[in-house]
Design a protein. Structure first.
Length: 275
């Protein structure tokens, strides 16, 4: 009797066959997970006309709870339980190997619980900050850069965080407001650096990388990955990828292909924490 040959079997077969070149060489997959930070004070007060925006806002209580639940979800699903089936929705685990965080406070406090839960080194990456950097708020015609948190702040609050060698007490930002023309080249370089560090290389195991970063930078990074013009859509419309706080998005780089698995996944959060 001939057994059933389901769509899932076809997907599993195709998934594994696509890991092979025409000569049968195994192609390792680089999985990139983009995690937006938890809810910040600025996020929570977006529509509050009395609120004065912070240049580097802290997480809200909701934001800390989102980060805690994210860490628990990733820990529970860290182990890859089946490496032969199609795992495009991470039903068989995540198996994260690297976690990078923006040096903005809301991102670092989101990333730290996950790194601790997974026992994975947490690495600070200056260049995955939100658009503009750390700058004054209020007068939009006169935006000035601010120092950002100093080395001592990170050492006191994130003891396992790997910091840039050049970070001192003058602050990690300590430069002018990031101009519009600087933003896309920064995202382009981040993507190039990711490929250089984590793409399939001889003698290197498969890397599954999490970036804990920001909504605006996600849009820039997507433009870099897919070579899209900034915010352009059909018929004169403008585009934007919406991300909830602590959502997860996944991109796979396999050989010369980039596959988008999912964007803005939030099923690890209860309804009242979808912000």
């Amino acid at each position: 009797m001939v057994g059933k040959f389901t769509a899932q079997h076809v997907q599993s077969r195709d998934y594994n066959e696509q890991k092979l070149t025409g000569r049968g060489k195994y192609i390792k997959i680089m999985e990139l997970y983009f995690i937006r930070h938890g809810q910040s004070q600025n996020n929570a007060n977006w529509n509050n006309p009395e609120y004065k925006e912070s240049p580097d806002p802290a997480l809200t209580e909701n934001g800390y709870e989102q980060a805690r639940l994210l860490a628990g979800f990733l820990k529970k699903n860290q182990t890859i339980t089946n490496n032969k089936e199609w795992n495009i929705q991470n039903r068989y685990g995540f198996g994260l190997t690297h976690i990078y965080t923006s040096m903005m406070e809301r991102a670092a406090y989101t990333a730290a619980p996950a790194a601790q839960a997974l026992e994975i080194p947490l690495i600070a990456w200056k260049e995955i900050h939100e658009e503009g950097g750390i700058f004054t708020r209020g007068d939009k015609d006169n935006l000035s850069g601010l120092p950002g948190r100093p080395r001592s702040f990170f050492m006191e609050n994130f003891r396992t965080l790997t910091l840039p060698d050049d970070l001192d007490e003058t602050g990690w930002w300590n430069r002018q407001f990031e101009a519009e023309e600087e933003r896309q080249p920064r995202a382009d370089q981040v993507f190039a650096d990711l490929l250089a560090r984590h793409r399939d290389q001889e003698g290197q195991s498969e890397h599954r990388i999490a970036l804990v970063s920001h909504g605006g930078f996600f849009m820039r990074l997507v433009c870099a990955i897919l070579k899209l013009p900034w915010r352009q859509a059909a018929l004169g419309l403008k585009s934007w990828f919406m991300l909830n706080n602590c959502s997860i998005s996944r991109f796979d780089i396999r050989g010369n292909e980039i596959n988008i698995a999912y964007v803005n996944r939030t099923d690890h959060l209860p309804d009242h924490l979808i912000t």
